[in-house]
Design a protein around this ligand. Structure first.
Ligand SMILES: Cc1cc2nc3c(=O)[nH]c(=O)nc-3n(C[C@H](O)[C@H](O)[C@H](O)COP(=O)(O)O)c2cc1C
Length: 326
């Protein structure tokens, strides 16, 4: 099992391991990326960033590309409908010195899809090729794409999309093993990840979909044979999943106590306070806390209290109600 986790190179970028934090809109800000990197992720992606917003230097958009503390290799994920929009954004993107640029070809959100970006690109593989080529021709960092298996089950075109992307110079393809129509259910089709890896054995393939535990991560590496994995929902409220995966690969089980979780919550909250100020940080932290506390006995009341907490002290008070022996 230990050999499932190994160093990996994506183009010119060398990484310590093949365990990544996926792009997650609303979650993978610079504070959470730093926390996951501290806990063993080798690479952490920004949430998807609008090229249109970056080209216009929109403050809220470019803020998503700020580097986190200790974030050596910043992976910026961009979304755009075409190569021209990508090109217009590049000068501003490069001001943030990304180590890698990833192109979102999988977002199913109607607001994004109707502009021709995200998973709409799966309907136009030629546009994906042009986008990859344009970015490759204009910047020196590795370019990768993140796709779904296709628009729907009648249109599974991941092999064609990956082929065009690699031909245009992509350094890796990450696939969420569901179609656009499947959104986040039912079970991800890891056999299609295996098929993708079998077809592109010399290229880097990153797997995504239904990675909720360290066991899932190792199983995907083993069964689908992908080169790297990208934790998404499984990493929300659980930055420990990276350490847990490394431990499990060595046959150890890393149990996280309530006290470890509370410490992690406070560290996360204080990081957000530095970044956003106390009031916004406390609001932003609510969804994270609910995820951190999932599975902790008698935590429902605490979850309820943090839904109105607006200060760090109120968080401390709410969390003090937990049973630390567990
Ligand atoms: C709340 C949320 C936000 C997401 N945001 C992004 C995003 O910005 N870019 C992207 O490529 N994928 C995004 N995804 C998809 C995930 O990166 C991942 O591919 C997907 O959740 C499948 O993995 P999982 O089943 O292990 O969660 C998002 C998923 C969720 C649940």
């Amino acid at each position: 099992m230990a050999d499932l986790i190994h160093p990996i190179s994506i183009g010119s970028l060398s990484l310590k391991t093949n365990l990544f934090l996926a792009p997650l809109a609303g979650y993978t800000d610079k504070v959470y990326r730093s926390i996951c990197l501290e806990k063993g992720a080798a690479l952490a992606y920004t949430e998807m960033v609008s090229c249109e917003g970056v080209a216009r230097d929109n403050d809220k958009t470019v803020m998503l590309m700020e580097r986190g503390e200790g974030e050596e290799n910043l992976a910026v994920q961009l979304f755009m409908p075409d190569a021209d929009t990508a090109l217009r954004s590049l000068e501003n993107v490069m001001k943030y010195r990304p180590a890698l640029i990833d192109i979102n070809c999988g977002c199913p959100v109607p607001k994004v899809v109707k502009t021709g970006a995200g998973s709409a690109l799966l309907k136009n593989p030629g546009t994906i090729r042009q986008i990859v080529k344009t970015i490759r021709d204009n910047v020196s960092v590795p370019v990768t794409i993140k796709i779904r298996t296709g628009w729907d089950v009648e249109n599974l075109n991941y092999l064609k999309v990956a082929d065009l992307a690699f031909e245009a110079g992509a350094s890796a393809v990450c696939m969420h093993a569901r179609t656009k129509s499947q959104l986040y259910m039912p079970t991800a089709h890891w056999e299609l990840l295996k098929d993708l890896k079998d077809h592109f054995s010399d290229n880097v393939i990153i797997g995504s979909g239904d990675l909720f535990s360290a066991k899932d991560g190792l199983r995907m590496l083993q069964d689908a044979g992908v080169d790297a994995i990208s934790y998404a929902r499984g990493a929300i409220g659980n930055p420990f999943i990276f350490e847990q995966t490394m431990a499990l690969s060595e046959g150890r089980s890393l149990v996280i106590s309530t006290s470890d979780k509370v410490q992690a919550i406070m560290h996360h909250l204080l990081g957000l306070v530095d970044f956003l100020g106390e009031n916004t940080a406390c609001r932003e932290m609510r969804k994270h806390v609910c995820a951190y506390l999932k599975g902790i006995p008698n935590s429902a009341k605490v979850r309820q209290s943090v839904t109105t907490a607006l200060t760090v002290d109120q968080y401390k008070e709410a969390l003090s109600a937990l049973d630390y022996e567990k």
